[in-house]
Design a protein around this ligand. Structure first.
Ligand SMILES: [Zn+2]
Length: 234
């Protein structure tokens, strides 16, 4: 019996690690349809201790070209970036999701703790800015079955990604990140970057990725919501 349990545990671990990369188990959205010649550029706004915490050149590039994009704001980031979140909300081609209140590791929390972590920035966006957020990206991409239930209770869809840029890694060059993202992009890819100033080369990488995928190869840039709706307009 022990060996059977061990085998089951091994499979469970394999499934757990496969989650962010393959498919969309348990209602977690990771990519759009394979027949949709579009990508979603997504930007996490994790909390940052240092001053700033906002990639101005990156956001200005997106705004100047009116590029649809989806941002996932943490509660702590929101609390320190009133002007910046207003700027994002003002753009009709951007959408705002959330990224936990304190950027906690969800599986380490109780159900009530997870619910509070998920609800924090959703409530803040609603109360202070009149934004009804419905997309939630778990901090660190970590979640368990309780997280999925609590996200549902909070009226949130869980969104991960299918292409990881690795932009917070200071060892990766802009050229290397660009090359990998372009190489791995497919129809419906959801690509994760950071817009909190901790994507060290994001303001160089994103324009180049846009040039290569959208301008040269004809992918449409769409919001996560558009990809979730099949291959919607935005
Ligand atoms: Zn984060």
């Amino acid at each position: 019996m022990k060996s059977v349990t061990g085998a089951v545990a091994a499979v469970a671990v394999a499934v757990l690690f496969a989650r962010p990369v393959h498919g969309a188990p348990g209602g977690v959205f990771t990519r759009g349809p394979a027949n949709c010649h579009a990508i979603a550029l997504t930007f996490d706004l994790c909390p940052v201790k240092a001053a700033g915490g906002f990639d101005v050149p990156l956001v200005q590039f997106l705004i100047a070209h009116r590029i649809p994009a989806t941002f996932f704001a943490s509660g702590r980031w929101l609390a320190a970036h009133d002007g910046q979140i207003r700027e994002l909300i003002d753009q009709p081609f951007f959408e705002i999701g959330t990224h936990g209140d304190a950027h906690a590791h969800l599986p380490r929390l109780t159900a009530a703790g997870q619910l509070a972590e998920i609800r924090g920035p959703v409530a803040a966006l609603g109360a202070k800015y009149g934004v009804r957020a419905t997309l939630f990206r778990p901090p660190y991409g970590e979640y368990n079955d309780v997280s999925l239930r609590m996200a549902n209770v909070a009226g949130q869809s869980v969104v991960l990604y299918s292409v990881v840029s690795g932009d917070p890694d200071p060892k990766l060059s802009a050229a290397r990140i660009t090359e990998e993202v372009v190489r791995r992009a497919r129809n419906g890819s959801v690509i994760i970057f950071h817009a909190n100033g901790r994507g060290w080369h994001s303001s160089e990488v994103v324009p180049e990725v846009y040039q290569q995928l959208v301008v040269k190869r004809g992918f449409a840039a769409k919001t996560v919501t558009a990809l979730k709706e099949g291959c919607g307009a935005r």
